[in-house]
Design a protein around this ligand. Structure first.
Ligand code: ZN
Length: 526
């Protein structure tokens, strides 16, 4: 592919972003449209070139075609047309805002800019609370055999950032397009609790659904006395579970379940009572949501079940019991997130006994192989560098690592490095909000160990992003930082943070590629 006319006359041409031809095209398209073209984005379909460009702080989608191609030009993009010349031939460009309708049109015409099923391919979830991280996330997975989930947000994060499910899908679409990712990528509607959550995210185009039944988990079952336990067991929603208390006893009590690798699980009657009471209603709830999804989405969805936000670790017996019951009820999961032993605090490394973690993980993986196969999903998976090699060794391809907030911290690292004044404002504000905002998080930060910013020199600010306590203070206050409004109704920090990231786009991309790359590398087949 050497020039613009060859590109646009081809039926469906992709050009290598690092080729001289791409550089020349980017310059020609830039001159035509008056913007700076992201050369990785250039692609042609049926005689029309598509690319993303930037004018100041604004991004635009552009379509370019030559006179002969007008019959194949899509009509479903909104934008303004300009005419000009490239290599002395007449061409037309349509310059389109990057709004939701045009994101939808782009997904229709260029399939890989929208979400796909990822299946049992090993994968990494790369949540992006700001909507600007996907190009950096692309760089972190490019050239690896790990499948990315670029669009990923929980209902709780959506509420805290005042974003919609559509915002999340569209941000991933533009990011994928900009950075030239042309492989499948997933879209995970995370920690869904209700049918309404499913409906809202399904309508936006999500195709992976993480069901969180933790509101239906009875944590007291771990310590209830025999009488209370028997009473609760009898009162489980048996019709929804399509079973009876005696069926469950017969199926599990005194039985031996051999797993691949030689491990054998045995339930006694008390184990059945405790596992049944703790997870019975949760199984019924997951089943209800999964069947609703199957009715609404046919086979165009994949399901994760997450019990990572329960108060006690998921034992191997409990994992086996839950997965086996879901299987009996016809619910197929692509992944399951247990609550592991040890502490999975937000934004920092694993804290706990690595040998104990490893022993439990081996059991969880054996169950996943035996009853699925499905992937073991590691939630709060960012920055858990000490466990990745262990997980990679035992889970092989049956692994999903879910990160959500670490790209926000990298954004703050850009601020600390490039705009110290803005970072000081964020940290001071975060210190004020910390006691309120930490409530729903599992963290150990102590505000007293975070120095006030006036005591810190500019050049030392970036190191705060790596300091345990400051890191968690910054991590859990993202919602307040991103949605706090001044008395006059304007954003306190959000718009300045986003503008700062646009201005330092390359730096953000490099920092994300480096940091998330460290999450992906241990899982890559070398
Ligand atoms: Zn989770």
């Amino acid at each position: 592919m050497t020039d613009v006319h060859a590109l646009m006359s081809d039926q469906a041409a992709d050009i290598a972003a690092d080729s001289p031809a791409a550089g020349k095209l980017a310059r020609q398209f830039g001159a035509l449209t008056g913007g700076e073209v992201y050369r990785e984005s250039i692609v042609a379909r049926h005689g029309v070139a598509f690319f993303l460009l930037r004018k100041g702080a604004e991004k635009r989608l552009a379509l370019v075609w030559s006179a002969g191609a007008s019959s194949t030009v899509p009509t479903d993009f909104e934008g303004d047309q300009v005419t000009g010349h490239i290599d002395e031939a007449d061409v037309t460009a349509k310059i389109c805002p990057t709004h939701a309708a045009n994101a939808g049109a782009l997904r229709r015409h260029i399939r890989w800019t929208g979400p796909s099923l990822v299946g049992l391919t090993k994968s990494v979830g790369l949540g992006d609370r700001l909507g600007l991280a996907t190009p950096g996330h692309v760089r972190a997975v490019m050239g690896t055999d790990v499948a990315p989930i670029f669009a990923q947000q929980s209902i709780r994060e959506l509420a805290r950032t005042e974003r919609t499910p559509q915002d999340v899908i569209d941000a991933a679409t533009w990011g994928v397009f900009q950075a030239g990712w042309r492989q499948p990528s997933g879209a995970d509607a995370d920690h869904l609790k209700t049918i309404d959550d499913i409906e809202a995210t399904l309508a936006a185009g999500f195709c992976m659904f993480t069901i969180d039944p933790s509101d239906h988990v009875d944590n007291a079952a771990d310590t209830d006395d025999a009488g209370r336990l028997a009473e609760k067991f009898g009162a489980l929603p048996w019709s929804k579970l399509e079973s009876t208390s005696s069926d469950w006893m017969d199926a599990y009590a005194g039985k031996r379940f051999a797993l691949p690798g030689g491990m054998v699980l045995c339930f006694d009657r008390e184990d059945v009572l405790r596992a049944g009471v703790k997870y019975g209603s949760a199984v019924a709830h997951v089943c209800k949501l999964a069947r609703h999804l199957a009715l609404r989405a046919g086979d165009r969805f994949e399901l994760e079940m997450s019990v990572d936000e329960t108060t006690t670790p998921t034992s191997l017996l409990e994992h086996y019991f839950v997965a086996n019951e879901l299987k009996r009820l016809g619910v197929r999961c692509v992944s399951l997130a247990p609550r592991f032993v040890g502490e999975f605090e937000k934004g920092v490394d694993y804290r706990g006994d690595l040998h104990r973690f490893e022993r439990q993980l081996i059991g969880h993986v054996a169950i996943a192989r035996h009853l699925g196969p499905y992937k073991i999903s590691i939630h709060s998976g960012s920055d858990k560098f000490s466990i990745y090699p262990i997980v990679a060794r035992h889970a092989g391809d049956l692994v999903h690592v879910k990160t959500a907030g670490t790209s926000y911290l990298e954004a703050l690292r850009v601020a600390a490095t490039k705009v110290p004044g803005l970072f000081r404002e964020v940290l001071d504000f975060a210190r004020d909000r910390f006691d309120t905002d930490k409530a729903t998080y599992h963290i150990s930060a102590d505000l007293a160990r975070v120095a006030p910013t006036e005591a810190i020199r500019d050049e030392d600010l970036p190191s705060l992003v790596d300091q345990h306590d400051a890191r968690q203070v910054l991590h859990v206050t993202f919602g307040s930082v991103l949605t706090w409004r001044r008395d006059d109704g304007g954003w306190l920090l959000r718009d300045r943070l986003l503008a700062m990231l646009m201005e330092h786009e390359q730096t953000y991309c490099q920092m994300l590629a480096a940091h998330l790359g460290r999450h992906v590398d241990p899982f890559v087949e070398h």
